[in-house]
Design a protein around this ligand. Structure first.
Ligand code: PEP
Ligand code: MN
Length: 346
């Protein structure tokens, strides 16, 4: 439930609302907005009797949130969330943020070459996994801590921000030391102790849609992170299991406008895992920008034929340049811009 205060309500009036919510046995979350303050009620399973709150001075409206998720919903917060990154980049503002790089960190030479190539083409964030969730236990599992160290070097060398995956609650802290954005992968979308742990770090979280997750399940997973106190969640559509093996996954671009309607959180799109095939990545990246995605997550490898994971869906640097060239006018056609890299080194 959401208690909406009138424009210009006093601090005392807000405090009185908080007090009544707490007396009723719930927690209050005051949220100052551009227009007016609202106070969210959490800790209730069902409908709260709002009569005591409706009568308080300064209260103009009580909104009963109708969805199973609350804090991620547009009902809870009408304004879109803008996730701020070091160096002034914003995800969910006007700009489309491109995150690109190899599936996995392999060697120092590989990650530096990849970072320089994606920066040259205009990506703002370097993606690469050090901890890799692989379908087979015999496949390359990632370099782990050594991979994080190489990402740190790539960041120093290029100034690119880093998005990389944490696979379990225990590794969230070490990943957070290097990452500007902590990725939670599709296979772990419902790993609730990981979501809760990520909700307690001071870094944005990139939450990928599960292989067979509905949008409601994706939003409920994000709710876990917000409920623990981290409001900076970026969702990611990466394709769901379909019935057709022509593509690796069924890249559900309709998730972009659906999420924008249901939630204030930004959503980016991953056409690499979404299609699994290099030749389909550029057209679907263009489509994702046209659909209103707040960013792209794209696999780019300096030598895709030699990649240790996901080579078949990785673009080479020249193809990635083409992607960027073609995405720019599409962003502009819908009043947006592809963000420029900032060279943040903080
Ligand atoms: C990845 O981004 O390399 C990855 C493993 O993605 P997903 O979790 O979407 O499969
Ligand atoms: Mn991958």
């Amino acid at each position: 439930m959401l208690v909406v205060m009138r424009h210009g309500a006093s601090e005392d009036e807000v405090r009185a609302v908080v007090q009544v919510i707490e007396e009723l046995g719930y927690q209050a979350r005051p949220m100052p907005g551009r227009q007016r303050t609202s106070v969210g009620v959490v800790g209730n399973d069902g409908r709260v009797d709002s009569s005591r709150l409706a009568a308080l001075p300064g209260v103009v409206e009580i909104i009963h949130v109708t969805k199973p998720y609350k804090q991620v919903s547009r009902e809870w917060r009408a304004e879109s969330t803008v996730v701020r990154l070091p160096g002034g980049l914003e995800v969910g503002g006007g700009d489309v943020i491109v995150m690109a790089g190899p599936c996995s960190v392999e060697t120092e030479a590989q990650i530096i070459e990849a970072a320089l190539a994606v920066r040259e083409a205009g990506a703002a964030v370097l993606r690469a996994g050090a901890f890799k969730p692989r379908s087979s236990p015999y496949a390359f599992q990632g370099l782990g801590l050594e991979g994080l160290d190489l990402l740190r070097r790539a960041r120093q060398e290029t100034g690119l921000l880093i998005v990389t995956e944490a696979m379990d609650p225990e590794s969230v802290d070490v990943v957070a030391e290097v990452a500007d954005i902590i990725q939670i992968g599709a296979r772990n979308m419902q790993y609730y102790s990981l979501l809760k742990r990520a909700g307690r770090v001071a870094k944005p979280v990139l939450l990928k849609r599960g292989l067979s997750a509905t949008i409601q399940e994706l939003l409920l997973a994000a709710e876990y992170v917000l409920a623990e106190g981290n409001p900076n969640v970026i969702l990611c559509e990466r394709g769901v299991r379909g019935f057709d093996s022509a593509t690796r996954n069924l890249f559900d671009l309709s998730a972009v406008p659906v999420v924008h309607a249901l939630s204030h959180l930004p959503i980016i799109a991953d056409p690499s895992h979404g299609t699994g095939r290099r030749e389909m990545v550029i057209p679907m990246a263009r489509a994702a920008v046209a659909a209103g995605a707040d960013g792209l997550l794209v696999e780019v490898h300096p030598h895709p034929e030699r990649a240790w994971s996901d080579g078949a869906q990785s673009l080479d640097p020249t193809q990635f340049q083409q992607l960027m060239r073609e995405a720019r006018p599409i962003a502009e056609a819908i009043g947006r811009r592809i963000a420029e890299p900032t060279g943040a080194r903080s």
